[in-house]
Write a protein that binds this ligand. Structure first.
Ligand code: NAI
Length: 550
């Protein structure tokens, strides 16, 4: 949007156009801003210094989160400049782990509307609601019904913090321009009694509907998006496990959709496994996997992992035979009567057991993967059993937020006597043990979904496929330098995340073209093509336009 379309206070109140204290004298004159902003003309670095000063005075990360969201409401460029100036520092504030607390308190810390709230009471009129969104070329909608937010359960409308945060990561991590992004909450009620009785709760005060009713509402939403925003990709986020898998199956072959909990998590964990195998000198198909948790994240990962093993030469049955799962009711085995369709490929012949350590002793996994939502479930006995069986046990404790991690890196390294290859879903500091420094990696989807997003954005891909996630996983894995791999680091460093994602997006974009899914002409240089699309948190020079407008 040209900066000269707005003037004076209207311009200052538009976060996409506001330059705050950096308007030049010519711009102030031309845009009716004389006296409306301080007399000085600062540069961006000085503005960033002020932001850092004010952030330093905030006592908690939640306060810093609130401050940064407020900054975003007033000055989008400065917000992204801040976050992109030091991703390793700011991602944990705008996203995991602070976002968990922000969601729990969403109705209480709420300041400004952001994104859209689509209520099930508007069924039949979804088109009228979506037409209210001012941007006509929407490329990504991140949508939740708040059904399972992080590992925190049904948070209803409080879950809106997640689509808002996720889409900020498209921009901050991979440079997808923010004007194309729309966070969305589908409000179908909540079963969270605490929120239903909280006067400051911002959602419908009623219990969740039947699955049939919910899915018909989602159908209307998805179909309307195709009609109003034909280039839009719908990113499903933090629905309950069963809904996540079923809605993905429902739409994936018809529309441009994906589910980050199912496919993005799978992609990032796969990247970690590729590197764990590199450290051990094995292949994915040499390993044996035991999951704790068989929900959307677990099933999505198991499916993608099997596809990757098929890529290494196994049949799908042989690949599935290497994957075992254990959930709240014990091991998934052939006498279980409580399993859903998508869990069945991972049911094996085995005596029933609810004892995870006993399952480790008989199955003898090389890798355990925690996607259970329950902190502390990888106990000392679990890690010791894994260390007895394996020279280098792979321990992935992926549940988040932090206190939900199945074990901490310190526990994994201490109990395994330094043998474990470990990654978590959240960021943990390095661990020093017996003179050695271990670098626990963060298996965070933000290495994958923003890069997939950038590839889809640049190529205008018509579908999002599993192969795109496998390629993204390989690209991420390939970007960990060998000296850091030796220290156990499975993922690239966050400080360089934009460059990592550009390289990943370029590899995914190539696959999109090769698969015939692109809707633009193929470029000669894929990395340069991605770079052309990257958003830069810089103010647009307004003086020339301003003088013509004046
Ligand atoms: P979900 O609710 O679909 O599934 C949870 C699974 O864990 C179910 O199979 C349930 O039976 C099982 N479970 C619950 N309590 C258990 C216990 N005490 N022992 C064994 N199994 C138990 O949840 P979803 O979507 O699969 O997510 C799981 C976790 O993975 C969440 O904490 C989520 O935050 C985390 N996750 C992490 C990501 C990352 O980037 N690291 C990305 C996506 C999810």
């Amino acid at each position: 949007m040209a900066i000269n379309s707005k003037r004076g206070i209207e311009l200052l109140h538009d976060p996409a156009l506001n330059k705050s204290t950096t308007f030049s004298e010519a711009e102030k004159q031309a845009l009716g801003l004389v006296g409306m902003v301080p007399e000085v003309t600062e540069d961006e670095d000085l503005q960033l210094r002020r932001v850092n000063l004010q952030l330093a005075q905030k006592p908690t990360d939640l306060e810093r989160y609130i401050y940064l969201m407020n900054l975003l409401d007033h000055n989008e460029t400065l917000f992204y400049r801040t976050v992109m100036s030091d991703p390793a520092r700011f991602l944990p504030i705008v996203y995991d782990p602070t976002i968990g607390e922000a969601c729990l308190k969403f109705g209480h810390i709420y300041r400004q509307p952001r994104g859209m709230y689509l209520s099930i009471t508007r069924r039949g009129k979804v088109r009228d609601v979506l037409k209210n969104w001012p941007q006509k070329d929407v490329r990504f909608i991140c949508v939740t019904d708040g059904g399972r937010i992080l590992g925190l359960g049904d948070l209803g409308a409080n879950g809106m913090g997640i689509p808002i945060g996720k889409l900020q990561l498209y921009t901050a991590c991979a440079g997808v321009p923010p004007q194309f992004l729309l966070p969305m909450y589908l409000d179908a009620g909540t079963n969270n009694e605490q929120y239903l009785h909280d006067p400051l709760y911002l959602g419908l005060r009623r219990a969740r509907p039947s699955t049939e009713e919910l899915y018909s509402f989602v159908d209307e939403f998805v179909e309307t998006v195709q009609e109003l925003f034909p280039k839009c990709c719908i990113h499903f986020e933090d629905w309950t496990g069963v809904d996540a898998v079923h809605l993905l199956q429902r739409y994936r072959d018809k529309y441009c959709v994906y589910n980050d909990d199912v496919q993005g998590t799978a992609g990032i964990v796969l990247a970690g496994m590729i590197n764990a195998a590199k450290i051990k000198g094995t292949k994915l198909s040499d390993e044996r996997y035991l999951f704790l948790g068989a929900g959307s994240a677990g099933i999505g990962l198991a499916n993608l992992l099997c596809s990757a093993m098929v890529g290494e030469g196994l049949t799908r049955n042989q690949a599935q035979a290497r994957v075992y799962m254990f959930d709240i009711n014990g091991l998934l085995e052939d006498t279980r009567k409580d399993l859903v369709d998508f869990q069945k490929p991972y049911v094996h012949k085995h005596a029933p057991t609810r004892d995870f350590v006993a399952a480790i002793e008989t199955i003898k996994p090389t890798t355990i993967i925690g996607v259970s939502t329950v902190g502390g479930t990888f106990t000392q006995k679990v890690i010791e059993a894994m260390s007895r069986i394996n020279e280098r046990p792979v321990v992935l404790a992926l549940s988040n937020p932090t206190e939900h991690a199945e074990c901490t890196p310190e526990q994994a390294y201490t109990w395994s006597k330094g043998k474990a290859i470990y990654a978590a879903g959240v960021q943990f500091p390095p661990v020093h043990l017996n003179g050695q420094t271990f670098l626990p990696g963060q298996a965070n989807n933000f290495y994958i979904f923003p890069a997939i997003g950038m590839a889809v954005f640049a190529t205008q891909a018509s579908r999002v496929t599993d192969e795109m996630f496998i390629e993204a996983a390989r690209a991420v894995a390939d970007q960990v330098p060998s000296e850091l791999l030796k220290q156990g680091l499975l993922y690239p460093l966050q400080s360089n995340i934009l460059e990592t994602e550009i390289q990943t997006a370029a590899r995914v974009a190539k696959l999109v073209f090769d698969s015939g899914l692109a809707r633009v002409k193929q470029p000669a240089d894929m990395v340069a093509f991605i770079r052309q699309h990257v958003y830069k948190p810089e103010y647009k020079p307004a003086a020339a336009q301003a003088s013509t407008a004046a």
